[in-house]
Design a protein around this ligand. Structure first.
Ligand SMILES: [Zn+2]
Length: 314
């Protein structure tokens, strides 16, 4: 995938709090040394499905949760967090100027993906009963406090309906490759971003209210919500060039996106964690389902084809 080198990036859509050491941007205040389990050691992948379904106040993640064994002492937490400001974070407003930056710098790539996704939905929902309004993406590191409660990077990128923000620790993409064997690639990353913005669209339009108490199982409201967000991500990808930010998306890019979608399928995550695959615990859909709905979105380019709510063919 290549961004248009002349596209002007809008970093005002990003709230970069990586140099604030997981204090949550000051909005909720730091909670003292440690500030949460941010330094917990990630010990392999597993589902903690209780954390879904409103466990963190309705936080909607991309589908990855890890067991965190908090083996660091608080002293170590404080030390590590104190070092965060010098940990290589550059000011994105001065480094992410054009699409050429998005082609060469991973942070800027995410900025461009956010810009493109929001440009698409602004146009797609213009004139509708529920016009699009922008949601910022928060770049955090380690842990963050949100209107949906505190969260660590271990939950993966997520959208919080309570404050209408997307949250991401950019280290997630390394994790996706390292712990889940995803091939990665730029488009895989932008798919994840577009998925989260799909949740914002669902919140604007009101689809998220359809989930109700139906929080797990192969045809649950939760699975329908997630598969629709995958489909919306595909719709964006189909229309990404028209937003002016993206120059090309190739078939190889789409394959990378499908690969990412497959490694974060519920069945695959359960297998990776050494668990028996139990569809009754599905919250995001199987690998095959996630790939199918991403493909539906991409091949049609039409959000109306993403109706996961009125079909038995999930
Ligand atoms: Zn999701």
């Amino acid at each position: 995938m290549e961004f248009d080198e002349n596209a002007q990036l809008d970093t005002s859509q990003i709230n970069d709090i990586r140099d604030q050491g997981g204090s949550g941007g000051g909005t909720f205040g730091a909670s003292g040394a440690g500030g949460g389990p941010s330094m917990g050691t990630v010990m392999g992948a597993s589902m903690i499905s209780r954390l879904f379904g409103g466990g963190i106040g309705g936080l909607i993640a991309v589908g990855l949760l890890f067991f965190i064994l908090n083996s660091c002492s608080h002293a170590n937490d404080a030390k590590t967090q104190a070092q965060a400001p010098t940990n290589g974070v550059q000011n994105i407003a001065s480094t992410c100027i054009t699409g050429a930056d998005a082609n060469t710098k991973p942070d800027c790539r995410i900025v461009a993906a956010v810009n493109s996704t929001q440009a698409y939905w602004s146009k797609a929902l213009a004139g509708s009963k529920t016009p699009y309004y922008q949601a910022p993406t928060v770049f955090f590191r380690g842990s963050v406090k949100t209107a949906c409660g505190p969260a660590t990077a271990a939950v993966g990128p997520f959208y919080c309906p309570g404050d209408q923000k997307v949250y991401i620790d950019l280290g997630f993409f390394d994790q996706l490759r390292r712990d889940f064997g995803a091939k990665g690639g730029p488009f895989a990353e932008t798919y994840v971003i577009a998925h989260e913005y799909g949740h914002h669209v669902q919140h604007i339009v009101g689809y998220d209210k359809l989930v109700g108490r139906d929080r797990s199982g192969p045809k649950s409201g939760s699975v329908r919500l997630e598969l629709q967000a995958d489909c919306f991500a595909g719709v964006w990808a189909r229309n990404a060039v028209a937003t002016g930010f993206v120059k090309t998306i190739t078939q190889a890019d789409i394959e990378d996106g499908l690969n990412a979608a497959s490694v974060i399928g519920d069945d695959r995550i359960m297998q990776t964690a050494g668990q028996r695959v139990n569809p009754e615990k599905f919250t995001h859909g199987s690998s095959a389902q996630r790939q199918r709905w991403l493909t539906t979105g991409f091949t049609t380019g039409d959000p109306n084809k993403c109706d996961t709510w009125n079909t038995n063919q999930l």
